[in-house]
Design a protein around this ligand. Structure first.
Ligand code: F6R
Length: 606
């Protein structure tokens, strides 16, 4: 959510800081600021609002300093305001910092500092860090030691970048449970909270690990691990270019990403099959004693959680094992009954979602096998689990997840088949499933041909406040995801129900013209869903039916026939239609599709 940039080099720092912040805008923010540093002192400019407002402030100034830090803030402690915006300085204006994360014990620390004579300007938790740094610098006269002492006092999460007048060409960086990367090029050394901020300067990036500290100078970089040991920086090559992080020819990132799904799915499945055999060495290499595994738990948040429900439903069909899907925010607080005989799978596009990471740490503490599925190389989740399988969606910038979801679906499908095999079961219908997975990019391509029809159908929502999505079995997670997409970008209230649950309450909401989106792609249960739909039609609902079954169209208002594929994969194509439906509903209502209100792309706080 918050964005950090930092630069020290032989040329003006401001262009780097500002371009980096603009590349991180998609993460969502409410204020922005920079500190530039020279031997003459610190110059901090910050404001509530968009980056364009910060640019206005910067316009009248000459700011050629060669080192500085920048930040875009998404409020957690203290309302969005000029004072709460980062960077934060100490009272003497000698140290300035930017911080992502949350300091859980900031209230106690603040009280102690106030007793020691410190005055605070903001309501943020972050300001205690800069005051503490000041406190320790006074006794230590050394920034690195002051930082180490400060970090020891903090409880919570942080990505920190610090500048001071004491060493005007040096950035001090620290990371715990909030992402931070470092890069270098011929004109300087820099850091950022996310790769798109630096991709126009380098594709070789160093993701810091939890507990790491780094000292950045124009021509040098030193990295220390949590134990204080100097580390050899291990850069990784980031496989995407800046272009991949821009809108291309589309009106929005979301539409671009919807259209990238065939490619994203292709990349994700690349190398996963040897003929008709599944190739997943990441799972083969696990030391897990599969014969004694008695439980599989799939854990995630939001859209990724819907992918987990899908995978769980699939696994239940293929293998006789106890399994369930649970939101990470529930798993971490429910005293889960898991142990060394449990395999926990964590799904996260960003790999940085705070609840998912906390759930993963709990599972590790309980000796479970931990598998991560994420889209981000070297993300916190990826680094801390026993093994990781990557989706190949490329950077997803629109807040509403689309290509990350479909890539999770296909990779989870392969992973569930692999796990079934490990557990001694032969997945049902495996030949057709593998054949259709291989064809999936073309199948999605064909589905995108429904674009105009979905636009027309979305018009139905123009004057509607509510919509309902129904589906059973493998169609249920699609119903959930369709409803989530619609509400998050168009603000139309949307709910999803199992078809069979309608008559137990929700049907009371159906009246003339209520929009109902019904999914009936599962041959064994489609007839039951059709009965559920008829119940809503009898009460005046305006029904859109998504199906590949042989159902007479005349009974329904609008029938969308998705391309033929194995029933276990039908949800991948039907969700693409629902993404388009939500998109055009939001467009019709004039919503800011890429930046829905109140939402951020990556939720790195609880
Ligand atoms: C919705 C959406 C969110 C995320 C959720 C988890 O469109 O994107 O619900 O799926 O915040 O994020 P990740 O997958 O990064 O852990």
């Amino acid at each position: 959510m918050c964005g950090i940039t930092g630069f020290t080099g032989s040329e003006s720092a401001l262009p780097f800081l500002m371009q980096g912040l603009s590349r991180l805008e998609y993460r969502g923010y409410d204020s922005a600021g920079v500190t530039l540093i020279s031997p003459q002192g610190l110059e901090t400019l910050k404001t509530k609002g968009r980056l364009s407002e910060l640019e206005e402030l910067l316009k009248s100034r000459t700011l050629n300093q060669c080192a500085g830090i920048g930040h875009t803030r998404w409020a957690t402690h203290g309302v969005p305001s000029n004072l709460n915006a980062h960077p934060h300085e100490n009272e003497a204006e000698t140290i300035s910092l930017v911080h992502n994360g949350i300091i859980e014990n900031y209230a106690e620390l603040k009280e102690d500092l106030i007793h020691a004579g410190y005055h605070f300007q903001s309501d943020t938790d972050s300001e205690v860090i800069v005051q503490l740094l000041d406190y320790y610098y006074k006794s230590e006269q050394n920034m690195f030691t002051a930082l180490k002492k400060t970090l020891k006092m903090l409880r919570g999460s942080w990505a920190l970048c610090i500048v001071s007048v004491y060493e005007p060409d040096t950035l001090y960086v620290a990371k715990k449970e909030s992402p931070m990367i470092i890069g270098q090029y011929e004109k300087g050394t820099f850091c950022a909270s996310d790769a798109p901020a630096v991709l126009s300067y380098t594709k070789d990036i160093l993701p810091l690990a939890d507990g790491d500290m780094a000292v950045l100078r124009p021509n040098s970089l030193q990295v220390y691990n949590a134990a204080g040991k100097k580390m050899q920086p291990a850069f990784i090559h980031f496989p995407y270019d800046v272009q991949a992080a821009q809108k291309g020819g589309y009106d929005s990132f979301m539409m671009k990403e919807i259209y990238e799904q065939p490619k994203a799915v292709r990349e994700t499945l690349r190398g996963r099959f040897r003929g008709m055999k599944i190739y997943m060495p990441e799972i083969d290499e696990l030391k897990t004693d599969w014969q004694n595994v008695n439980r599989i738990v799939l854990i995630a948040c939001g859209t990724a959680y819907h992918a987990c429900i899908y995978a769980d439903t699939l696994l239940k069909r293929d293998a006789r094992i106890m399994s369930y899907a649970q939101p990470a925010s529930e798993f971490r607080y429910c005293s889960p009954n898991v142990d060394e005989h449990t395999v926990c799978i964590f799904v996260s596009q960003s790999g940085e979602t705070a609840d998912t990471i906390a759930a993963m740490k709990l599972a590790k503490a309980k000796h479970c096998t931990t598998i991560a599925m994420t889209n981000v190389l070297g993300s916190s989740l990826a680094r801390q689990t026993d093994t990781v399988v990557y989706t190949g969606a490329g950077p997803e910038i629109a807040v509403a997840s689309t290509k990350a979801y479909t890539t999770q679906l296909v990779l989870l499908h392969v992973l569930m088949m692999k796990i079934s095999e490990k557990l001694g079961y032969k997945p049902k219908n495996i030949t057709r499933r593998i054949r259709d997975l291989k064809r999936m990019p073309e199948i999605i391509e064909e589905t995108l041909g429904y674009r105009d029809q979905m636009k027309e159908l979305a018009h139905m929502l123009k004057d509607q406040r509510d919509a309902y999505f129904i589906g059973r079995q493998l169609d249920y997670p699609t119903a959930l995801e369709g409803a989530l997409k619609l509400k998050e970008i168009s603000y139309v209230h949307a709910d999803a129900y199992y078809g069979g649950e309608l008559k137990h309450g929700p049907i009371a909401l159906i009246e003339k013209n209520t929009v109902v989106v019904a999914l009936a792609t599962q041959p064994d249960i489609a007839a039951k869903t059709i009965s559920n739909i008829e119940e809503t039609i009898a009460r005046g609902a305006n029904v859109i039916l998504v199906t590949d079954q042989n159902i007479p169209a005349e009974k329904f208002h609008h029938v969308l026939r998705i391309p033929d594929a194995a029933p276990e994969l039908a949800n991948i194509t039907s969700v693409v239609l629902l993404q388009l439906f939500a998109y055009f509903a939001a467009e019709e209502k004039g919503c800011d599709i890429d930046k829905p209100r109140n939402l951020a792309k990556s939720v790195t706080v609880e």
